[in-house]
Design a protein around this ligand. Sequence first.
Ligand code: AMP
Ligand code: MN
Ligand code: MN
Length: 343
Amino acid sequence: MASLDPVARPIDPELHAITAWLQRPGSNHFLVTSHVNPDGDGLASMLACGRILRRLGKQVWLVTDGFRSPRYDYLPQIDTVVSYREGLEAELPVANVITVDVPTLSRLERVARLIPRDAAILKIDHHPSDDHFGQFNYGDTAASSTAELVYRLCVDLDVPFDAALGTWLYTGIAFDTGRFRFSSTTPDALIIAGEMVRAGANPQLIAEQLFYEYRPTTLSLLASTLQSLERVLDGRVSILSLDHAVLGQARYGDEDMDGFVDYAVSLQGVEVALFLREHEPGHIRVSLRAKHDFDVRAVAELFGGGGHRKAAGVRMTGTLAEAKARLVNEIQRHLESSNERSA
Ligand code: AMP
Ligand code: MN
Ligand code: MN
């Protein structure tokens, strides 16, 4: 059978400088981390970076802050990812850091405490960001996922692809393209995913574990969430919300709400979808999604959040009603100004 063409790209001097730095002898201790509440792309990219570094003879600590969904438990070696705990800084001799899927250092939350002032940082990320906080910054907003950038590192360093590396990188791409659905589903993303399947990744198992394994409590929470559906601005905006009276119940965890925002954005006629969770009284986490060209990141940034054009997040304080009103107000302003531009 003919094999797939490898992803052709010109020699990338930036990437070579990075791989030279990774390969230099001596400096052996690496911290690898991703944003707080790491997702499929962040965790998979961390694990793949761990593989690269260990092959280069480095000592590696994989650390994240916040909630890690059990849906990622199928990832090979997931147990090597440590959760931040107080006092960890005294235990880790960190000289070098790789951040994956992290646009700004504030997104590390408490893991930032593990990074000494003089540590060398390599930033690998596909979020749009002007914050080049690393000594090395490897970014490409056209990449489907950070996993795709880590793939390029593996190719440059001749790291062989096996089932574990294949599972990680396939997971990162499948997760960040919304299972090959979003506009980030580029030819490169599909070709690399194909290569990873050839290396031993199991697409059926990964899809089931990542997206189709619900706990019974998840479906009951989904029922409550769908009951909350509101449509505003002539149906151009849909809103799902859960207040603390529901969310505070012990049987519900963060993992029960993953992906619910997709129902809000799937509604016909919707351009912008919001999912608000009052996880503590007066403290609200918001997921924003856009269907077409609307830039939800711009709205999230107005309130101190961030993300991508079509998928962003922000934390807000106040009541659910206040947060909704503030968001809808801004979305309306943005919709009106884009109407004017296209008029
Ligand atoms: P989520 O809605 O949590 O799936 O997040 C969608 C996107 O927005 C991801 O790229 C996140 O990294 C980003 N994001 C989520 N919450 C925040 C936040 N509070 N601040 C900045 N970026 C965020
Ligand atoms: Mn991410
Ligand atoms: Mn990502």
